[in-house]
Ligand binder design. Structure first.
Ligand code: ZN
Length: 262
């Protein structure tokens, strides 16, 4: 994505595809950024100059995956290989407060649940203007809570401890709070919604293919001379052929037991 638009990498000072926010201001939800594109981070001309910047729609699945990675990483659990639906379940139900003690655990658990609630809103197939406005306010507040500094005397019982550091606010969180509301409005005008642009079906397909073709390398005798892509295409061609010609792709096997009564 960054290569296509000719931008610096997402870990650079001017990290955003859509605005000129710098890395140090990323946590600050009181600033507002106009959707002008990012001339400061441009290192090369875009590959497809004919495509307007705002036709590059942020992908909701990666917002879910990458933001939940940050939330989950805190717990030192290596769950980054989980798929979208698993992470949704985790965000929705996992009892974080049983694993992180005190008010910090409770606050982090609330942070997970609130992120899940907001994610469900952005996944809706249509939104009212009011819903988008609320989403914008709540998403910014979510980032504020995420990196809110310790309130009160450190280590005292009355203190509200910091949940995450300001530096932990990622470019995805910036897009989530600062640009998603803009895209929701813009797509709404055109009778569209963000979920139509999700890459989750492509990712699912990729996962299935990896499982089927890379997972079973010894399938059919082990050593293969043809590349895996060849197998994938052959397999899918057959599936399509079966579908078009209405051929069942399961075989019902009847075993007849013949008993020798003689
Ligand atoms: Zn931005």
């Amino acid at each position: 994505m960054y290569i296509i638009i000719g931008q610096n990498a997402p870990n650079s000072e001017y990290f955003c595809l859509y605005c000129e926010c710098n890395a140090k201001s990323r946590y600050n939800m009181d600033l507002s950024w106009s959707h002008t594109g990012n001339a400061k981070g441009n290192k090369r001309p875009p590959l497809f100059p004919v495509i307007d910047l705002f036709n590059y729609i942020p992908d909701e699945l990666h917002i879910l995956l990458r933001i939940s990675d940050v939330l989950i990483m805190e717990c030192n659990w290596n769950w980054t290989s989980l798929m979208g639906p698993d992470k949704e379940i985790l965000l929705q139900y996992f009892p974080v407060s049983e694993f992180i003690s005190g008010s910090r655990g409770i606050n982090i658990e609330n942070l997970w649940r609130e992120f899940y609630r907001l994610y469900k809103i952005l996944r809706k197939s249509s939104h009212t203007d009011k819903e988008i406005l609320e989403f914008e306010k709540d998403a910014k507040n979510w980032v504020r809570t995420f990196c809110h500094p310790t309130v009160g005397q450190m280590n005292s019982a009355a203190a509200t401890p910091e949940l995450y550091r300001k530096d932990d606010v990622t470019p995805y969180m910036h897009v989530f709070a600062m640009h998603i509301p803009y895209f929701l409005r813009w797509l709404k005008e055109k009778g569209l919604s963000l979920r139509l642009f999700s890459t989750c079906s492509v990712e699912k397909k990729n996962h299935e293919q990896v499982k089927l073709f890379f997972g079973g390398t010894t399938m059919g005798g082990g050593k293969k001379t043809k590349p895996v892509v060849y197998d994938i295409l052959v397999f899918e061609n057959r599936q399509i052929f079966y579908l078009i010609n209405d051929i069942p792709n399961e075989i019902t096997c009847n075993n007849i037991n013949i008993q020798d009564n003689g």
